[in-house]
Design a protein around this ligand. Structure first.
Ligand code: AMO
Length: 429
């Protein structure tokens, strides 16, 4: 065994106990007869003291920063030590020696630009800010899962190698599948709908791929999509479910990641349910009053959302009832006005983090919706045929994890959030 304890668990009340620690060398201070090693593991930084009479004393000179070591020793409560405790080592083993100089400063004192950080990513991930981001994300994902399990949803896994795109053809990545053309899934959309036609309430957390041409702080070629689909529901029901999920995510991160939020110097938004809802038409009105004329049918992009946010001053709000033809073919039109759809985006200040809708569940409506978008219904027959066999009304949403993480960390770029981001110029590391 490499360790008996993590650094965080070494407290003064373990005084005199034999323990084993393992981790990375942060630095070594030489005080002549004694060497002080700062050792970092995933829980924090601890002080190890090596005195002249230890057989490992000579080794201290080889302990370069970021070398991996294990330590055996005795806990000593000492008010002068950081956190009032240190380990007097009887043995230090150098497990893996790090080269010098390091290509990135792990303490974060010397700032590096994003390209350098992504190139030297493993070292960057050892910085305390990135450790905080990883823990916050793990907590948020668990809160998402827990909220849905509580409501009786099943977690599902749908195919990622697919025959047709769903969210617009231009962004598809092609792969060769046994000599035939296939694609990487842009979203689990059609398969989550089919699963809702079998077991009613489903969710999936999985990668999705889009060949995004533009280099923005909000787009990746590979992102984690958190998808929900509910039978016998409309977009209004789904928006309520989403509000509860988001609230649970923020609450759990607040409760469990206080230290991490401090490291990031970030305060989570306070939200009150129900969240504010404005329609697409109302959003256009706001923009018009601010001198921005957006045509009916056009998208409301990040620059326009910034203007809307200045006006309504909410951290989180919905924009609902988007023009039918601006949404994908599976989106249901409103019964009282076919030009508008039963759809929504959830906006964090000026960034779309979730989008969802009521779905079409009648075959003939799906066929004409495909045609209206220049798509050929016969390419979707594998999907459409199931609508002949009792498909319930259903609704759902897709949430971009890395975008939600901007809300939960205060970071500004999704490429900082994802450990190994994929974009137009990055396929390694
Ligand atoms: P949409 O295309 O709006 O909807 O995507 C859903 C959410 O996924 C995130 N997202 C991205 N995140 C990072 N990089 C990207 N390139 C990227 N593209 C999208 C966003 C967005 O809100 N099938 C529908 C969802 C549904 O109706 O259930 C869909 O995919 O946060």
């Amino acid at each position: 065994m490499y360790r008996t304890h993590f650094v965080r668990d070494i407290t003064p009340d373990l005084d005199n106990q034999e323990v084993g620690l393992a981790g990375w060398v942060l630095n070594v201070r030489d005080l002549g007869g004694k060497k002080f090693i700062l050792l970092r593991d995933k829980t924090g930084i601890g002080q190890v003291v090596l005195s002249k009479d230890s057989p490992s004393f000579g080794l201290a000179n080889e302990l370069t920063q970021e070398s991996v070591i294990s330590v055996k020793g005795r806990v000593k409560a000492d008010k002068r030590a950081p956190k009032g405790v240190e380990i007097h080592a009887s043995e230090v083993i150098l497990i893996s020696k790090a080269k010098t100089p390091l290509p990135l400063d792990v303490t974060g004192k010397v700032k590096a630009d994003i390209d350098t950080r992504l190139r030297e990513r493993l070292l960057d991930l050892r910085r305390e800010e990135m450790q905080a981001v990883i823990k916050i994300q793990s907590t948020a994902v668990r809160a998402f899962r827990e909220a849905l399990y509580k409501k009786g949803f099943y977690e599902i896994f749908t195919p990622k190698l697919i025959a047709t795109g769903t969210e617009g053809g231009a962004q598809l990545f092609t792969v060769i599948y046994f000599g035939k053309e296939a694609f990487l899934a842009q979203s689990p959309q059609l398969y989550k709908e089919l699963m809702a036609g079998a077991v009613e309430r489903v969710f999936e957390i999985a990668p999705a791929w889009r060949a995004e041409e533009s280099d923005t702080p909000y787009h990746l070629s590979e992102f984690v999509s958190m998808d929900v689909e509910m039978a016998f529901s409309s977009y209004k029901d789904v928006m309520e479910t989403l509000e509860e999920i988001i609230k649970n995510m923020i609450t759990k991160v607040r409760e469990e990641c206080g230290d991490e939020l401090k490291i990031l110097n970030y305060e989570l938004p306070e939200i009150k349910l129900p969240l504010r809802r404005i329609t697409y038409i109302e959003a256009l009105e706001i923009l018009k009053n601010k001198g921005l004329n957006i045509k009916f049918g056009d998208d409301i992009g990040t620059p326009e959302l910034r203007v809307i946010n200045e006006e309504i001053k909410e951290d989180l709000y919905f924009i609902t009832d988007w023009p039918t033809l601006s949404r994908p073919f599976y989106t249901k039109a409103r019964d009282d006005n076919k030009d508008l759809s039963e759809s929504f985006d959830l906006i964090f200040r000026f960034l779309e983090i979730v989008s969802g809708s009521t779905r079409n569940y009648r075959r003939e409506v799906l066929e004409s919706a495909l045609k209206a978008r220049g798509l050929n219904p016969s390419s979707f027959e594998f999907f459409l045929r199931w609508f002949d066999y009792g498909m319930p009304p259903h609704a759902g949403f897709g949430m971009g994890l890395s975008r939600v993480m901007l809300m939960l960390t205060g970071l500004q770029n999704v490429k900082e959030i994802v450990p190994f981001p994929r974009d137009k110029k990055r396929l390694v590391p």
